[in-house]
Write a protein that binds this ligand. Structure first.
Ligand SMILES: Nc1nc2c(c(=O)[nH]1)N[C@H]1C(S)=C(S)[C@@H](COP(=O)(O)OP(=O)(O)OC[C@H]3O[C@@H](n4cnc5c(N)ncnc54)[C@H](O)[C@@H]3O)O[C@H]1N2
Ligand code: MOO
Length: 401
């Protein structure tokens, strides 16, 4: 059985980022840049005033002086003339500093007269002037490739006059749920059957992580039904299956896809839940075979599918971030499989996170997973821990899961 980190490294090594597509700015938030964004202009384009007041020569602006006001420079309407000795131009925030002026006297420090202004406080050279190019210059790379675009980045792309951006295409991911016993929510449920939750939960996880999920019709537990989807695999950047990953006679995913040319990368991870995870390739399409148990499928989604989507979307695809928590109860020593205990979080009097594991950790219990805030990580053979001891945990809300 493969360690979790090795499995993730092998999955990430086999994936490549999707090609670039061009999208308009309103579509670009949350997408990952495939090419850098280069400023198409200099910002600000000229020296401009940072305040409402008077543009003048600092040498003239001594306390008590009266200057002639020879014009105005509102934002967007520069004053064409020259500011000479003893002169000033009325200026407003964002207005271009007229030639000859080297300071701005704010209006709170001035008294306007008839075509004049009295200086009540001396102005310093350069004061309240934003220099040309203060923010960025034409030709400068303002956003690097590989960056997930924040709303602030969208503002910068707009300010630098880039209405279209090259971003990685959303990875298109097929989801195939398998099993004779499963039915879609709302459909008739066969005797002894259950309603499929995995495909819906995985689709939501994929969409939230920036992928484009396609839920395929449920495949029955016979080799022909599963093999049928092999024909559609080429349409996807990744095919995710759930169920049929384990060792029973009805666990057919490897066998059925094998007849269609499936090449196994690895199978079985030293982890709980999620041991029977399958990784391989069908033609050019990578295949991630998740276990059928809902908690196993979704924990594997957090540990392997989210990094895979990040990698295909143009990001590095790191391990999920963890935080240090304190245990509310003691934990027994762990066995040889890395464990991921579903836990609720609270905050103690010192503001530290405290984790309480659910009393029953069965991998079929979707309600327990839905109510959990975190997965407490237990390394293989981790020793027993006292209540109050520290542990690492994945906080599910950190991942939007
Ligand atoms: N003898 C052994 N038995 C099992 C082993 C093992 O090592 N030796 N591994 C166990 C572990 S661990 C897991 S996890 C499960 C995973 O098995 P499969 O991936 O083959 O999943 P299924 O048998 O198809 O289903 C398991 C369970 O999950 C339910 N299921 C399936 N699909 C869905 C769905 N789309 N939505 C909700 N629930 C689903 C299914 O009804 C079963 O109850 O194997 C253990 N067995
Ligand atoms: O690993 Mo299974 O996922 O323990 O139920």
């Amino acid at each position: 059985m493969l360690p979790v980190a090795d499995a993730r490294a092998r999955i990430l090594a086999a994936l490549v980022p999707t090609a670039a597509e061009t999208v308009a700015l309103p579509e670009a938030a949350g997408r990952v840049l495939a090419r850098p964004v280069v400023a198409r202009l200099t910002q600000p384009p000229s020296d401009v005033s940072a305040m409402d007041g008077y543009a003048l020569r600092a040498a003239d602006a001594v306390e008590g002086a009266t200057l002639a006001v020879i014009g105005a420079a509102p934002a967007g309407r520069p004053f064409a003339g020259l500011v000479g000795p003893g002169q000033a131009v009325r200026i407003f925030t964002g207005g271009v500093i007229p030639q000859g002026a080297d300071a701005v006297l704010i209006q709170e420090d001035a008294t306007p007269g008839e075509g004049t202004v009295r200086v009540n406080e001396a102005a310093r050279e350069g004061r309240h002037i934003r220099r040309r190019g203060l923010d960025f210059a034409e030709g400068e790379t303002v956003l690097p490739a590989g960056r997930r675009l924040t709303p602030r980045d969208i503002g910068l792309a707009a300010a630098s006059d880039n209405p279209w951006l090259a971003v990685h295409r959303r990875p298109r991911i097929g989801i195939l749920a398998t099993g004779d016993e499963i039915a879609l929510p709302g459909d008739p449920i066969p005797a002894g059957g259950i309603v499929s939750s995995n495909a819906h939960a995985l689709a939501a996880m994929i969409r939230g992580a920036g992928g484009d999920p396609v839920v395929l019709p449920i495949a029955r537990d016979d080799a022909r039904a599963i093999a049928e989807v092999a024909g559609t695999a080429h349409a996807f950047d990744l095919l995710v299956t759930t169920g049929g990953a384990s060792v029973g006679e009805h666990d057919l995913v490897q066998k059925a896809l094998g007849a269609e040319g499936f090449e196994l990368g690895f199978w079985q991870i030293a982890m709980r839940p999620g041991k029977p995870l399958i990784w391989g390739r069908l033609g050019r399409t990578p295949v991630l075979g998740l276990p059928g148990n809902p908690v196993s499928a979704l924990v594997c989604g957090v540990l392997f599918l989210l990094p895979a989507i990040a990698r295909m979307g143009g990001l590095p695809g790191d391990a999920p971030p963890t935080r240090r928590v304190r245990l509310a109860v003691p934990l027994a020593a762990n066995d040889k499989r890395a464990d991921h205990l579903r836990a609720s979080l609270s905050t103690d009097a010192e503001g530290r996170l405290v984790a309480t594991p659910a009393p029953v950790q069965d991998s079929s219990m979707i309600a327990t997973l839905a109510r959990a805030d975190a997965l407490i990580l237990r390394a293989p053979h981790a020793p027993a821990l006292e209540a109050g001891a520290e542990a690492e945990a994945i906080v599910l809300a950190d991942l939007g899961v």
